[in-house]
Unconditional design. Structure first.
Ligand code: SAM
Ligand code: SF4
Ligand code: SF4
Length: 370
């Protein structure tokens, strides 16, 4: 039985107040945090709602009909998201990932994509614009997203066996419809697709080899994610985590693989390739092999709070700042000083005495995105 929690977002309006320094600096003054990490990626949750109830993310017992989802006026508008994203781009952000909840449930999302596609980085390049989806409505949306300027897509799929997948999504959603969404994305012209599989030991780890076999040679990169202790409601415990190394060992028995170099510093997934040349797989091992030391990611929640870590228990209220008539330069300076004070490195101290039980009410993943 999952313990009923009071969701953190009830603290709405009580987010930390970002401070605007008296002396404003030029907005393209790149800032590193207290651990020397620059700000490069922004993840934006465009809705806290989802049509799935994945047991590791939005368990039914908590996210039921009484759950206090955000109202329309509490969400950042497309104009506010675009303004904030432009400000982040002037501060060195090069990549934006739209997420949720299920981002494709946000009405007219392709219009937001079109607005974001016009933003340029400090170097004058378009942003690397990407989106993570459960794939359920991708058949309907893929072509419009491509036309709007979305570069890349990641689709989540936790198994190929219908019974196991339905047990994970907990809403009886069939595998075939997600596979059809992936096909639709390919037909729309998306290349370099990625598929994310969260591995929960004892629940879907028997699907690892079938998934590897299915995507091997397809041009789609399958990535295995360790089940994480995000949020406060998914009943996480270490015994349900299958370390990436064990996943790699299992795959290696059937299809020999070897590790390869990261594409860039701070890449979340460790890359491996099949020795027979039939493609790549990835591992996101935030429990057993932490990567906080090169974490360059900031997150904006559905209602405009800036979170400095996936495991944070409070955010900085940029929505109020956006709606208070402050200039772009003032907001940019508030972001810079918030980032400069960042010390977050949760995965490195998970389980240590530094993380006290009273501190552990963390923000839900559906509210700030994965
Ligand atoms: N609804 C979309 C989806 O499922 O792709 C986007 C949002 S979802 C929160 C983003 C990613 O986080 C998904 O790939 C999901 O599998 C992953 N995720 C959610 N909860 C997780 C957990 N407890 N541990 C590891 N990954 C998790
Ligand atoms: Fe929804 Fe994605 Fe969370 Fe599953 S992982 S409940 S699809 S937001
Ligand atoms: Fe980044 Fe926080 Fe994850 Fe560490 S735990 S990698 S700081 S989001």
């Amino acid at each position: 039985m999952v313990e009923k929690v009071i969701p953190i977002r009830l603290d709405e309006g009580k987010g930390l107040v970002p401070s605007i320094p008296n002396q404003l600096r030029a907005a393209n003054d790149l800032t590193t945090d207290t651990r020397g990490r620059p700000l490069r990626d922004l993840r934006i949750s465009v809705t806290d709602r989802c049509n799935f109830r994945c047991t590791y993310c939005m368990p039914k017992e908590v996210f039921d009909q009484n759950y206090p989802y955000l109202s329309q006026k509490e969400l950042l508008s497309f104009e506010e998201i675009t303004r904030l994203s432009s400000i982040f781009a002037t501060l060195g952000v090069e990549k934006i990932r739209l997420t949720g909840g299920e981002p494709l449930l946000r009405k007219n999302l392709e219009i937001l994509v079109e607005m974001l596609a016009k933003i340029r980085t400090i170097d004058g390049n378009p942003l690397d614009l990407t989106l993570t989806t459960n794939g359920s409505v991708l058949r309907k949306k893929a072509a419009a997203l491509k036309a709007a300027g979305l570069h890349r897509l990641t689709i989540s799929l936790d198994g190929l066996n219908d019974d196991i997948f339905k047990k994970m999504n907990d809403v009886d959603f069939p595998v075939t419809d997600v596979l059809d969404g992936i096909a639709a994305a390919q037909e729309a012209g998306f290349t370099n697709l990625k598929v994310n599989m969260v591995v929960k030991k004892g629940t879907n780890d028997q699907e690892i080899i079938a998934m590897a076999k299915h995507f091997k040679g397809s041009g789609i990169t399958l990535r295995f994610i360790e089940f994480m202790d995000v949020g406060s409601s998914n009943g996480w415990d270490m015994s349900q985590v299958l370390p990436s190394q064990e996943v790699a060992n299992r795959i290696n028995e059937f299809f020999p693989i070897e590790p390869i170099e990261a594409n860039y510093a701070g890449e979340v997934a460790q890359r491996w390739r099949y020795l027979d040349g039939s493609g790549e797989i990835g591992f996101i091992s935030s429990v057993t092999q932490t990567f906080c030391h090169e974490c360059t990611r900031a997150r904006i929640s559905t209602d405009g709070q800036l979170y400095l870590c996936l495991f944070a228990n409070s955010g900085f209220d940029f929505k109020t700042l956006l709606r208070s008539g402050k200039s772009d330069l003032e907001i940019a300076n508030a972001v810079m000083s918030t980032w400069a004070a960042r010390d977050d490195h949760y995965s490195e101290i998970r389980g240590s005495n530094t993380v006290k039980t009273s501190d552990t009410r963390k923000v839900e993943m559906s509210y700030i995105g994965g």
